[in-house]
Design a protein around this ligand. Structure first.
Ligand code: ATP
Ligand code: MG
Length: 336
């Protein structure tokens, strides 16, 4: 039987196949390009992202699952169906497949119902929804037990999750709509005001990922291209890593505020274990140099970063699909 872990991330959809040794079988931008008044679908995933900022007015790029919510059901269904077909899934296989999908920590009943509708529309019959923090712990290679709570912090494109989990359940946790997209938007406004250059979202993301750093005295320079805010003519400017530090740090500080609140009122023994184990860090933002070190220092805790932090959630989904007992314990469907 086909077993799939699906991470419908705000930035990237990742799919892991757990019944074979295929591992991660798909990683594509979670977006759809639509055209005209009827929002007819023109492209999905990579092809759609490539069109950002490059098309005529009547084409727009939509991220149908954004900040952990399904914001456009029709496009979310079309996107997921297309991704499933790209990994060779036929409808007969999907009907029988066992599927795990991660949802934000503390998801509302209404939002969960929307996820259930989405998967039903895609022809999936057996779907388990699991709150993200369990998965980042498992994806980090931690064997969850009842007696050893784990503190996880995931910072993605649109959502961050901070939680203390054990095999017994969620001890404390929160999800917040803060992530890399906020940093990209911040970079756009900084370059517009300091360098008088309007850059696109793709350029901002590339700059952040290529030279962004929280290192003190970060070096690195990149040429950014866009249009002059003064003359509206095509133009370029040189961006220094040090200019970006603050754009990134502001949002890491926001995440830290929440993360500190999560560990503030823990039962004493749990606090002791968390202190001993440190914090497990995941999400694509951990790829930015010195973000993990900064978080560890601010929390005054040891930290461990998952090897491929942007894949920790979906890898954890793969681990859970192989442990039926734990899967049933963590699954959070509206009928449970
Ligand atoms: N090397 C990298 N690879 C992928 N993403 C990166 C990298 N470096 C930085 N990032 C940033 O990490 C973010 C994406 O992280 P991730 O894939 O964990 O998010 P997501 O799961 O799609 O979204 P969310 O969990 O917030 O719904 C983006 O802001 C992206 O620009
Ligand atoms: Mg994510």
């Amino acid at each position: 039987m086909v077993k799939l872990a699906i991470d419908l991330g705000s930035s990237m959809t990742k799919i892991y196949r757990a019944d074979t040794n295929s591992g991660i079988v798909l990683a594509e931008p979670s977006c759809v390009a639509v055209v005209g008044e009827d929002a007819e679908i023109k492209a999905v995933g990579k092809e759609a992202k490539n069109l950002i900022g490059k098309t005529a007015e009547y084409t727009s790029i939509v991220y149908p699952v954004y900040e952990g919510e399904i914001v456009d059901m029709r496009l979310a269904v079309a996107m997921l169906k297309e991704f499933l077909s790209r990994i060779g899934m036929k409808s007969s296989m999907l009907r029988r497949a066992q599927v795990l999908i991660n949802v934000p920590c503390g998801i509302t009943e209404r939002n969960l119902l929307a996820y259930e509708n989405l998967t039903e529309e895609c022809g999936l019959k057996k779907v388990y929804f699991v709150e993200q923090p369990y998965l980042s712990a498992l994806g980090a290679g931690v064997a969850l037990s009842d007696s050893d709570p784990i503190f996880c912090l995931d910072v993605g494109g649109g959502v961050s999750n901070a939680a203390v989990v054990s095999a017994d359940g969620l001890i404390a946790g929160i999800s917040m709509n803060v992530g890399g997209n906020n940093m990209d938007a911040n970079i756009i406004s900084r370059i517009a005001s300091h360098n008088k250059l309007l850059i696109g979202a793709l350029t901002a993301e590339r700059i952040k990922n290529e030279i962004g750093s929280l290192a003190q005295g970060a070096l690195g320079t990149m040429v950014a291209e866009g249009s002059s805010t003064e003359t509206c003519q095509p133009s370029s400017t040189s961006v220094q890593a040090a200019d970006l530090t603050e754009c990134i740090r502001v949002y890491i500080n926001k995440v830290l505020e929440y993360a500190k609140a999560v560990v503030k009122n823990l039962p004493a023994e749990v606090a002791a274990t968390v202190n001993r184990n440190g914090v497990f860090l995941s999400g694509g933002i951990m790829k930015i140099p010195y973000v993990p070190q900064y978080i560890g220092a601010q929390l005054n805790m040891r930290f461990r970063v998952c090897e491929e932090p942007q894949f920790a959630t979906v890898l954890g989904g793969g681990v859970l699909l192989r442990d039926k007992e734990l899967l049933l314990r963590f699954a959070k469907n509206t009928s449970n």
